[in-house]
Ligand binder design. Sequence first.
Ligand code: NZQ
Ligand code: ZN
Length: 388
Amino acid sequence: MLNFDFYNPTHIIFGKDRLESIGTYVPTEATVLITYGGGSAKKSGLIDKVKTMLGNRTFFEFGGIEPNPRYETLVKAVEIVRNEKIDFILAVGGGSVIDGTKFITLAAYYDGDSHDLLQYGLSLIPLDVAGKAVSFGTVLTLPATGSEMNNGAVISYGHGKYPVMSVLTFPKFSIVDPTLTFTLPKIQVANGVVDAFVHTTEQYLTYPVDAKVQDRIAEGILLTLIEIGDTTIAEPENYDARANHVWSATLALNGLIGAGVPQDWTTHMIGHELTALFGIDHGQTLAIVLPALLEVRREQKRAKLLQYATRVWHIESGSEEEKIDLAILKTREFFEGLGIKTHLSQYGVGADKIPVIVEQLKDHGMTALSETGDITLDVSQKILERAM
Ligand code: NZQ
Ligand code: ZN
């Protein structure tokens, strides 16, 4: 097992009818900004309920944070935070609203040009750069990103998606009530299953370091997602299926399964370019890239792919090559079975676009990806060719 630091201060308040906790955990004297997205939380009545829970606290609202939250939108909220002396933000929404809010909390205290905060990639922003952030909590409405219990955000600017990570951007608390996700369109539920699945494989399908607990928790998450995937989509109000979906998604990216193991975020980094260039949903980009990446990287990932074949897909017979082939095929079929297409061409993107995607990866410094830093632009090109 590799050395690791594990730090996660987020208080999770899980289950039905937990909104009352807002009254307990938002400081009584706070001036609050409620952030939300394009309207789903307004339409469902959730925003009104949240306001009721705030009682006598002074609050302001900022709606309109779009999927793949844009820098230009978020800086408008920063103005409100500064002008109204907001000291607590409550993010009500999915990964985009929560991520956008994380950026707002940092930018509000940042003295320089807040574009600066986009340049640190997957490294933590140093504390002497961003040393203070507004406290925030979340009310999660979409199970996928794990943003409700991690310190990461992904911000869109120009033709890029920029990870932002800071030790200051863990939510103080997150209300994780599966019933608040019942109104999701089926496609977003399916995207959420794929996102959680791929977060798990990116911390599991690398090379063995004898991290038995991390491996078995990762396998438990994958097996759970496979077990409940169809039901959580087909039966939106099946509480048990959705509760297991939601908690799998949170655990997939709260740092637990990634502690002490190698990680390979290539699928996400290539996927971000596909969203930025072609507007394909985040979860869908992952379903396109992962099977192709596993095919191209089968040698480097051989030992873990065999473990995955046996323990997750229960493949017991055949040669090693056959087992790996079947495990990749079953992964692809799982995504397709959820209604998510796995070929780039099915999203109207032809092979002629591959050079454009590779150029974007280059522009964004994505030239040494993977658990060992050996996915060069040439290898990314091969992955994209396989993804067609
Ligand atoms: O904007 P509204 O009207 O609220 O509609 C949203 C949006 O259109 C809708 N929605 C959310 N909850 C709903 C609902 N509709 C009905 N009922 C509800 N209960 O769903 C749509 C998608 O929402 P979004 O927040 O964009 O989805 P998701 O949670 O998948 O977040 C995707 C974003 O997270 C980033 C992605 O890059 C992308 O920008 N990621 C963040 C990560 C992190 N912070 O750790 C890791 C992930 O890998 C990911 O990269
Ligand atoms: Zn993701």
